[in-house]
Design a protein. Structure first.
Length: 95
C-alpha cells in the first residue's frame, strides 16, 4: 500500500524508479513505494528530472512544486510535492 504523508500542507511519498523503460507510466506499488517506469537513462540526473516532470504532470502541479528530497543516486527516492493534500495526491497517483 502506498503511504502518502501530509506535512505542513505538502505531501511526502516514496517512489521506485525503473529507468530505460519503453514508456513513461505508473506501474503499481512496490512495497510501500509507487513504481514508475521512465524512458530516461540514469545518467547525469536525466532520470531524476524525468521523474519530476512525470510526477508534476500526473499530480497536476508545476514541476517546481515537485522535489526529490532523498535518493538522488538510487532507484528508491523520496518525493515532496508542495501545496497538495494527501487525498488529492492519492487520487492522482492511484487511478
Amino acid at each position: 500500500m502506498l503511504q502518502v504523508t501530509e506535512v505542513n500542507g505538502d505531501v511526502v511519498f516514496k517512489v521506485r524508479v525503473m529507468p530505460r523503460s519503453s514508456k513513461n507510466c505508473l506501474a503499481g506499488v512496490y512495497n510501500d513505494a509507487l513504481k514508475i517506469r521512465l524512458t530516461a537513462a540514469p545518467l547525469e540526473g536525466k532520470a531524476n528530472e524525468a521523474c519530476r516532470v512525470f510526477l508534476a504532470k500526473t499530480l497536476g502541479v508545476p514541476r517546481s512544486r515537485v522535489e526529490i528530497v532523498g535518493g538522488h543516486t538510487s532507484r528508491n527516492k523520496v518525493i515532496r510535492a508542495y501545496g497538495l493534500s494527501a487525498e488529492k495526491a492519492l487520487k492522482a497517483l492511484m487511478p
